[in-house]
Design a protein around this ligand. Structure first.
Ligand code: ADP
Ligand code: MG
Length: 267
């Protein structure tokens, strides 16, 4: 079915994980994670490698079920509606909940402009040529990249620097008008200047899109997020949330001593 592109800006959605557990085969990797990611807010997921942050993100947009032998329990509510309810369309869920990965992954041979609109095909959205041009400008502007690429829209996406490619991927995510953007260590492969640009983009997008970001950079979590959840998988136990709350509180006045140790770089 083809739908018109809705030119109204969305204002994010509330995404709530309720008692989410996850397994790869027999191995449990997440244990009863409950977390509400508020509309118009940035939520940072922090914690050591292997504690299930990426798995949790994949559960939030139904990518986990693509992994062989993966299973899960619990529910994920997007504005109160369970995305795992039987009969709910996966393509619509994935349109509403976008994902940006650690390694920028634009289509390298495709033009910058076509990269931005590449997701429209997947969601079956039809746009006129004029709408496409204005959508490209709007999304590149929102991703903080327009001024740098406006004169080279026909050049391949692969010709951009790493930081520009990551903002191009953000623009591509925005083109399908998501309510939520999941970002898995989006700056880990970027230099400090590019990292700053992406952080500025996140700050600008916050009032429009609900953002969930995994980061190993504590300063970054403190700069970009309002809400924060600390994940841990100690001694072979499945990953779980040790502490969550306002980022300023989690960082300056944590309840759990393990949170204090982690945010202060003591493990
Ligand atoms: P994080 O993102 O916090 O580093 P992950 O979600 O990647 O953690 O991994 C959580 C646990 O699940 C780890 O023990 C990891 O080895 C395991 N895991 C991740 N992906 C797979 C997979 N595709 N198959 C089997 N085990 C996996
Ligand atoms: Mg990860």
């Amino acid at each position: 079915m083809q739908t018109e592109v809705d030119l109204e800006l969305t204002l994010g959605a509330t995404l709530a994980a309720v008692d989410v557990s996850a397994w790869f085969g027999q191995r449990k990797v997440l244990d009863r994670v409950s977390l509400t990611m508020g509309a118009g807010e940035v939520t940072a997921l922090i914690g050591p490698s292997g504690c299930g942050k990426s798995t949790f993100l994949r559960i939030l947009n139904r990518m986990h079920e693509l992994v062989p032998a993966a299973s899960l329990a619990g529910s994920v509510l997007l504005d109160g509606q369970d995305i795992y309810e039987p009969g709910r369309r996966i393509t619509e869920t994935r349109r509403r909940i976008g994902m940006v990965f650690q390694k920028p992954n634009p289509f390298p041979a495709m033009s910058i402009a076509d990269n931005v609109t590449a997701g429209l095909k997947l969601t079956g959205t039809s746009v006129s040529r004029a709408e496409r041009e204005s959508l490209v400008e709007e999304c590149l502007t929102r991703a903080g990249l327009w001024k740098e690429v406006r004169d080279r829209l026909r050049q391949p996406g692969g010709a951009l620097s790493g930081g520009q490619q990551q903002r191009l991927c953000i623009a591509r995510s925005l083109a399908v008008r998501p309510d939520v953007l999941l970002m898995d260590e989006p700056c880990s492969a970027l230099d400090p200047t590019s990292t700053r640009r992406v952080e500025e983009t996140i700050a600008d997008l916050r009032t429009e899109v609900t953002i969930v970001i995994v980061t190993h950079n504590m300063q970054q979590a403190a700069r970009v997020s309002q809400h924060c959840a600390f994940f841990l998988a100690e001694d072979g136990t499945p990953g779980h949330i040790v502490e969550q709350g306002r980022t300023s509180t989690v960082f300056s006045d944590p309840v759990d001593p393990r949170t204090a140790d982690y945010v202060n770089g003591r493990f």
